[in-house]
Ligand binder design. Structure first.
Ligand SMILES: Cc1ncc(C[n+]2csc(CCOP(=O)(O)OP(=O)(O)O)c2C)c(N)n1
Ligand SMILES: [Mg+2]
Length: 382
């Protein structure tokens, strides 16, 4: 990497949108946006044994994940969910990395890893309870080795590191993967987890989905170097992969997991991708980014590129795509019905679990809330 000498330059008053000073970063890509398979001496072997059936499986995973995500966005617009964080555009990064995992590996997600949840076998309807406000999670993390969604940006990288250090102490050969975003890379927690995992040689893969935005902040505001290069300073390898290429995401994550299992310590994978939708349903990206940017990334759509490859190599026929379309619609219906049928929680559950043995202040607040509820004509509250 070429880094300009900062000492030689005059200080700038506002360097906020200055591009990172580096040569063009290397990007691992196995499928071009046009769906052409390109050779890669280092990573081809990690997908060498992939069958046409497995390729169709990856395509199915991405299509169903996108369908589920679209349904959730609609449900929020219809007032059935309080909020939704869409993964639109990030399907390949999530399905590729998710399918690289073994059942005994452990995943620490953010709040956007719906595709990874799908790969872990978490029922998609379980992801929606928290966004509807009827529960605090919705699944048992240990059933699928998929931790609950984490909203406190970057904190799950520390949980993942601690868990990975525990795996080493147990003498197991499983691995951990921590998902986080480009914005999260600026958090102290992430730097601390890099330090700890490096010096303890913890079997953890840091999977950063650089979707170019942290709400309205572009990646240029997070870093002066390509994010994958950060790893070097902590003493472990970093790789940038085309996050819209499901094959490359699968291959690179397999490589990183193998390193972890072999006792070679952490790896940083930067999946270079794009958040095609809003940050969440509370956000309006038209306020801070240009339509042309989104359009340029639409041309690199992860689902379209695998479809092109499947068609060009005769690995899938019209019947496959038609069946999948029907399966998508059925999934949408199932999700819609499940959300509408979710029972409202007991309002007083709000006061439970704040203290193990109760607390006078909580008792007072509970009584105040009960009085408020009773003040309505039907005694049922608002
Ligand atoms: C510690 C903390 N600070 C701030 C926030 C508010 N917040 C929620 S999402 C977000 C941006 C995260 O961006 P990024 O890490 O790139 O992930 P993305 O949402 O793009 O997937 C922020 C600042 C938070 N949830 N936690
Ligand atoms: Mg981001």
């Amino acid at each position: 990497m070429t880094v300009e000498s900062t000492a030689a330059r005059k200080p700038r008053r506002s360097a906020g949108t200055r591009k990172s000073p580096s040569t063009k970063p290397e990007l691992v890509q196995l499928l071009t946006p046009e769906g052409k398979r390109v050779k890669n001496a280092e990573y081809d072997k990690y997908v060498a044994d992939i069958t046409p059936e497995a390729l169709r499986g990856l395509y199915r995973d991405m299509v169903l994940t996108r369908r589920f995500d679209a349904e959730a966005t609609s449900l929020q617009r219809q007032g059935e969910l309080g909020l939704w964080a869409s993964l639109l555009g990030q399907e390949a990064a999530q399905i590729g990395s998710g399918r690289a995992l073994r059942d005994d590996d452990y995943v620490f997600p953010t709040y956007r890893e719906h595709g990874v949840a799908w790969c872990r076998g978490v029922d998609p309807t379980n992801l929606l309870g928290m966004f509807r406000g009827v529960n605090n999670g919705g699944w048992d993390p240990n059933s699928n080795n998929f931790h609950l969604y984490t909203i406190v940006i970057g904190s799950q990288t520390l949980h993942a590191t601690g868990y990975a250090m525990g795996i080493t102490k147990d003498g197991a050969d499983s691995a951990v993967i921590a998902y986080f975003g480009d914005g999260a890379s600026s958090q102290g927690d992430v730097a601390e987890s890099f330090t700890f995992s490096a010096v303890y040689n913890a079997p953890v893969v840091f999977f950063c989905q650089n979707n170019q935005w942290a709400i309205s902040e572009p990646t240029e505001k997070q870093t002066r170097v390509p994010l994958y290069q950060r790893a070097q300073g902590f003493g472990f390898p970093g790789v940038r992969v085309d996050g819209n290429d499901v094959l490359a995401s699968l291959a690179v994550t397999k490589w990183a997991l193998e390193r972890a299992r072999a006792g070679e310590g952490p790896t940083l994978v930067e999946a270079y991708t794009y958040r095609m939708g809003a940050h969440t349903t509370s956000d309006d990206p038209s306020k801070y980014r240009a339509d042309e940017e989104r359009e340029a990334w639409e041309a690199k759509d992860p689902i379209l590129r695998l479809r092109r490859y499947l068609e060009a190599s005769n690995h899938a026929d019209e019947g496959f795509f038609a069946e999948l379309e029907a399966e998508s619609e059925a999934l949408g219906r199932r999700v819609r019905e499940a959300v509408r049928a979710m029972p409202d929680p007991d309002r007083f559950a709000l006061f439970e679990h704040a203290y193990a043995d109760g607390h006078a202040l909580v008792d007072e607040e509970r009584a105040g809330f009960a009085a408020y509820q009773a003040s309505f004509a039907d005694g049922e509250g608002a």
